[in-house]
Design a protein. Structure first.
Length: 128
C-alpha cells in the first residue's frame, strides 16, 4: 500500500480543491511572494494546461520561474532549457518548487580520450 501524501498537514485531495491564493498561505515566504505577484499568469497557465491536456497536446512553456501548484499535479509539462524542451512530470513532492528546478540547463561533461599535446609524452609525437 502506498503511503498517503501530506503537504503542511493537508492531504492531496484537499490541496487540489484549494484556490491558488489559499495554497499561497501555506507555502514558504519567498515562494508565497512570487506566487502572489504572478497570480494572474499562473491562473491562465493552469487553464491553458487543462485545455491542452484534454485536447491531447503537449504543454510547452518557457516560464521556468512558474511555481508548481496542486492543480498541475500528474501533468507532463515540457520546460525549455535554452536549447530544447525537457519533459517534467509533476509529482506531489514538487509542490511550491519552480518548474526550472526540474529541467536542468547544463548537461554533464563527458570527456573522451586526451588529444595530442594533452600530456608530456604525447607532445613529443609527430602530427600526421
Amino acid at each position: 500500500m502506498a503511503k498517503e501524501f501530506f503537504y503542511k498537514g493537508k492531504k492531496l485531495e484537499e490541496l487540489k480543491k484549494m484556490d491558488v491564493r489559499e495554497f499561497a498561505k501555506i507555502i514558504p515566504s519567498r515562494r508565497k511572494r512570487s506566487l502572489l505577484r504572478q497570480f494572474d499568469k499562473i491562473e491562465k497557465f493552469i487553464q491553458r494546461c487543462k485545455a491542452k491536456q484534454q485536447a491531447g497536446k503537449k504543454i510547452r512553456t518557457h516560464s521556468r520561474n512558474m511555481i508548481i501548484v496542486p492543480q498541475l499535479i500528474d501533468m507532463t509539462i515540457y520546460v525549455h532549457t535554452g536549447k530544447e524542451f525537457q519533459a517534467v512530470v509533476i509529482a506531489p513532492e514538487m509542490l511550491s518548487h519552480y518548474l526550472g528546478e526540474f529541467a536542468l540547463t547544463r548537461k554533464k561533461v563527458q570527456h573522451s580520450a586526451p588529444g595530442i599535446g594533452a600530456t608530456r609524452s604525447s607532445a613529443a609525437l609527430s602530427v600526421k
